[in-house]
Design a protein around this ligand. Structure first.
Ligand code: PLP
Length: 422
């Protein structure tokens, strides 16, 4: 086992003699076999191999293995976006008439997907405050609860979730904990080490880091006991896939195999080989970039905290943060590059500040190597009413600053001149 920065570079792909040194882009939807019998074995999951890119592709496979290694899981599945990963992570174990518990401190798109689309499809959701006590959380479980969903470090409210508390409750009720680990990445937090069973990411963010590809991933820890009597989809034959019994045939990789053979087959939200190639380039420098994002963000947060034009600053790396202690526990080496803050004068002052920025660009994005800034209440979270915004920890004056990896002095002087213009 190598250190994580070495894993970023080398895991997932070992070229043989005369093969490309770099993970190649296999831009082909189909793969050739000499006999129908050989092809049939692949369909029956009796042999490993590729036959159609909607299900698997060599470029994707290498990147999936790398991300599984980074998170410490048994397998991973790339998806066409983070949204697709979130959706499939839940749909893999939950259908109409069943129930999910979700933290309110989640990305706005996740909230929309759950609150609107999945509820319209008949899945019931209970949203809980991330600061809930274990006893209170226990009361939210129902007979038909199938999983608990949280974000390690929420976008954009930067709430650090107490993973052990949520994992403990989920396991007491015989269901898995799914964790969206997009913001810290496995460089700063590996949720499986704190009891999470499934991890998801928007790879569009730090994993790529250059803002060149949209993608997602689901990673399976292999630790959840799908044979505990609550999940017949793993212990009874899947008639739509040749009667396979996932927990019997695939053991620890049951969840991630079913995600592919069932959901990716049916939904088809597959990543493209070209995007997987770009994602891999990003992953190679992930450890280096996260270190710089975090050290820059801490400097920026300290600068903002001491500036008279700001009303408040939220960065879990700051000692003043209510999440500092949880951040120290779950992400002792750093959290992420995102800092949120409010300027005195509310919404109008926030807009003036943003218009005055020169180096930082206004973009609907975070986790890019270029510093960028966004006003969530008028963009990513605009579908929420004031009550929902409050529950998600997004105030109308909140500015989300995604600190890049430029020289920190240049970032701070840009912020400084824009603050002076307010
Ligand atoms: N999860 C988190 C924490 C996010 O920040 C995002 C996007 O911002 C998503 C999921 C959705 O990812 P994507 O935009 O790749 O669909």
């Amino acid at each position: 086992m190598y250190h994580i920065d070495t894993t970023c570079i080398h895991a997932g792909y070992e070229p043989g003699n005369g093969e490309p040194r770099v993970v190649p882009i296999v831009q082909s939807t189909t793969f050739k076999y000499a006999t129908s019998e050989e092809m049939g074995k692949l369909f029956d999951l009796e042999a490993d191999g590729f036959f159609y890119t909607r299900l698997a592709n060599p470029t994707l496979d290498a990147v999936e293995k790398k991300i599984a290694a980074l998170e410490g899981g048994v397998g991973a599945m790339l998806t066409s976006s983070g949204q697709a990963a979130t959706m499939m992570s839940v749909l893999n174990i939950c259908h109409a008439g069943q129930h999910v518990i979700c933290s309110t401190a989640v990305y706005g798109g996740t909230f929309n997907l759950f609150y609107k689309t999945l509820q319209e499809l008949g899945i019931e959701f209970t949203f809980v405050d991330p600061g809930i006590t274990a006893e209170e959380l226990d009361t939210k479980f129902q007979e038909n609860t199938r999983c608990v969903f949280v974000e390690t470090l929420s976008n954009p409210s930067l709430v650090v979730t107490d993973l052990e508390l949520f994992a403990g409750a989920a396991h007491r009720h015989g269901v898995p904990l799914i964790v969206d680990n997009t913001f810290p990445t496995p460089i700063n937090c590996r949720p499986f080490e704190f009891g999470a069973d499934i991890v998801t990411h928007s790879t569009t963010k730090y994993m790529d880091g250059h803002a060149v590809q949209l993608g997602g991933v689901i990673v399976d820890s292999g630790n959840f006991d799908w044979k505990n009597g609550k999940f017949p989809e793993f212990t009874e034959p899947d008639e739509s896939y040749h009667g396979v019994v996932y927990a019997e045939r695939f053991g620890k990789a049951a969840y991630i195999t079913k995600a592919r053979t069932h959901l990716m087959r049916d939904i088809g939200a597959q990543a493209s080989p070209n995007n997987a190639f770009l994602l891999n380039l990003g992953l190679e420098t992930l450890a280096l970039r996260m270190e710089r994002h975090c050290s820059n963000a801490l400097k920026v947060a300290q600068f903002l905290e001491n500036n008279e034009k700001t009303a408040w600053v939220n960065y879990p790396g700051l000692e003043s943060s209510p999440y500092h202690a949880l951040a120290q526990k779950y992400m002792p080496n750093g959290t992420c590059g995102v800092v949120s803050f409010g300027v005195k004068g509310g919404r109008a002052a926030a807009e003036k500040f943003m218009a005055g920025l020169k180096l930082a660009t206004i973009a609907t994005h975070v986790a890019d190597l270029r510093t960028c800034v966004l006003h969530p209440a008028s963009s990513t979270h605009r579908q929420m009413n004031d009550e929902q915004l409050k529950e998600a920890g997004v105030t109308p004056d909140l500015i989300r600053l995604s600190v890049g990896i430029e020289n920190p002095e240049d970032i701070i002087s840009d912020l400084s001149q824009a603050l002076e213009r307010i």
